[in-house]
Design a protein around this ligand. Structure first.
Ligand code: S3P
Length: 427
């Protein structure tokens, strides 16, 4: 699908966004292996999170969905059943990596498949630890889908230091740790989002976390419950950037997840001069939630590197757009960006060249000078949701209509994105 993006005179209004993708995946998986019923409220509308629900259904869990409310009849830690068909994760790296941890602890075999993008993404990062814990894994070339996991029950608890900063890998090991004898430990030198630790505790697991050492006791009793998913801060990022860039803008985004391991985005925006205000800060289902207000402002040059890169990795494409039109941006230590749904460094550079924006890329980042303008152009999402939405925001700042190719990719995390953009630009 092609989508035409008209120049926006401003972004104005109040919106409430669909549920956080990261939290939805975790809540769906944990409620499935908890005992008794769970109701998930404000579940993500993204296709990725539906892929997780479909996989859990194929593993024998009864799940009923009515819009953003999902009723899960948890089968208990040992109640999943062999799926007669391969588990299809679609485009979702989170599903395949986190679910691998759960499948490692089953006494049956599972096969995981996904789309063309998933087929290119490296899976050794989860194959390695679950093999160490006792699962037997076959994968194409040892690292790509299809992946066949013969689980083992119980698994061997391990003390694991992931070689890269990855919440998905941490989650895989912690979820496998639910099925291990004794205490499983993950050590992080760079902190990553801690939604798994939070959700595991909500459902009743014994998880401790201190100074980068996260431990979980095997064989807990997990119990179903009401669970509220906050709005997705990574989805909010597109509108925050748009409002900052377009003169006259003033928006409020309500009910957004403000977990401290995700809010580096807001700290970074504050550091480059964005007038961000947080209101109504409260805790819901273990997670911090609040309303974010922002108005148009000139932004300064920024540098994203080290731990900051890991903390806002998903927001870098739209921050590149903000940097190019604002005060400039240098990103370092972001080689992980090259193995997301697409090579996001190459995708940003390609789309910048289409609209006349100069950028210099490196193997693990880029530098984009500020003060540039978006010439009307046709952008390629390359099937990557965050590239589609980042360049829709770029298009909204242009002087004439821009086109996004494969614009439907946005629905992987945020199907209503273009509708919200229209709503905010028409007020
Ligand atoms: C996620 C972790 C990050 C992020 C992804 C979601 C999660 O991936 O990019 O969109 O929910 O744990 P990595 O773990 O590969 O860094």
């Amino acid at each position: 699908m092609q989508k035409q993006i008209s120049p926006a005179s401003r972004l104005k209004g109040v919106v409430r966004l669909p549920g956080d993708k990261s939290i939805s995946h975790r809540a769906a998986m944990l409620s499935s292996i908890a005992e008794g019923p769970t109701v998930l409220h404000n579940y993500s509308t993204g296709a990725d999170c539906q892929s997780t629900l479909d996989c859990m259904k194929n593993l024998g869990v009864s799940i009923e969905r009515d819009g953003t409310t999902v009723k899960v009849s948890g089968v208990g830690l040992h109640g999943l059943r062999h799926s007669s068909s391969p588990l299809d994760v679609g485009n979702s790296g989170s599903t395949i990596r986190m679910l691998s941890g759960i499948l490692a602890g089953q006494s049956f075999e599972s096969t995981l498949i996904g789309d063309e993008s998933i087929a290119r993404r490296p899976m050794q990062r989860v194959i390695q630890p679950i093999t160490q814990m006792g699962a037997s894994v076959d994968a194409r070339e040892g690292k790509f889908t299809p992946i066949r996991i013969q689980g083992k029950s119980p698994l061997q608890a391990i003390d694991y230091t992931p070689p890269m900063a990855s919440a998905q890998v941490k989650t895989c090991v912690l979820f496998a740790g639910l099925y291990a004898n004794g205490e499983t430990i993950v050590r992080e030198s760079i902190p990553t989002r801690d939604h798994s630790e939070m959700a595991l505790r909500e459902f009743g697991a014994d998880v401790k976390s201190s100074q980068g050492v996260i431990s979980i006791q095997g064989n807990p009793k997990l119990t179903g419950r009401d669970f509220y998913v906050p709005g997705d801060l990574s989805s909010a990022a597109f509108f925050l950037a748009g409002a900052l860039l377009i003169p006259g803008s003033s928006i409020t985004i309500e009910n957004v997840g403000l977990n401290p391991t995700r809010t580096a985005l807001l700290d970074y925006l504050g550091s480059i001069g964005a007038p961000i205000k947080i209101r109504k800060f409260e805790q819901v289902s273990g997670e911090m939630v609040g309303d974010i207000e922002v108005q148009h402002a000139e932004t300064k040059a920024g540098v994203i590197e080290g731990a900051l890169t890991a903390a806002l990795i998903d927001e870098i494409p739209v921050l590149a757009v903000l940097g190019a039109l604002g005060g400039g941006l240098t990103v370092r230590d972001a080689s992980e960006l090259r193995i997301k749904e697409t090579d996001r460094i190459a995708a940003v550079a390609d789309n910048f060249s289409r609209c006349g924006i100069s950028i210099e890329t490196t193997p693990d980042g880029f530098t984009v000078p500020g003060g540039q303008k978006v010439k009307p152009a046709t952008f390629e999402s390359l099937g990557d949701h965050r590239i589609a939405m980042s360049f829709a925001i770029a298009g909204a700042t242009s002087t004439d209509i821009c086109t996004i190719e494969e614009a439907e990719a946005a629905s992987v995390s945020f199907p209503e994105f273009y509708h919200y953009l229209d709503q905010l630009t028409q007020q």
